[in-house]
Design a protein around this ligand. Sequence first.
Ligand code: ATP
Length: 205
Amino acid sequence: MESKPRILKVGITGGIGSGKTTVCNIFETLNVPVYYADERAKWLMSNDPELIQGIKELFGDAAYDPDGHLNRNHISGIVFHDPEKLEQLNALVHPAVAKDGSAWNQAQSGVPYTLREAALIYEAGIDKHLDYVIVVTAPVETRIQRVMNRDGVPREAVEARIARQMPEAEKVQLADFVIVNDGEQALVPQVLAIHRRLQEESFKN
Ligand code: ATP
């Protein structure tokens, strides 16, 4: 069987509201395939029979509405007060996303690299399985305002989520590439520069 050329695996992360999805949308215009891991995790929780079974065992049948939709309020109400349950939930979801992401990667061809977008890459140790990681940054106040506007949530809710993530400065230290999305520096030239570098890197493989 003829082996396929190796496609580089590139992660893209950043704090809440930094603009990961916005940046990925630009990469998509360059025909770069993007795996949106957080979105996909939500989808799998409502569509992967094995995962659904595991979630029901952990949280009871009330974890799903009668029409089969995930009851997020039921689950978040429990994990908010019970860190062990949160860990058990992650232990179910992470392998399901890893399996799904790996199948998605296998299905790609004819591209120099793929992107995997996720809020938690360093926190979850996923960087070990990636060739490069791009970190998107923005000033914290800008991020808070963006998420408040986008989701219609209060400042405190955004601040609480920021407090649970790895500080941006630490991510920047670990990053292979940084994209500054402060609303002043243009995104497209930054994306193009990284795209060219990654194309070059893939030719060396
Ligand atoms: P999350 O971690 O919550 O998924 P994210 O990092 O993916 O967030 P986006 O959803 O891309 O961030 O951006 C957050 C919000 O800020 C969106 O409403 C987006 O349209 C807006 N936004 C992102 N970048 C910019 C920018 N440079 N100028 C103006 N608005 C922006």
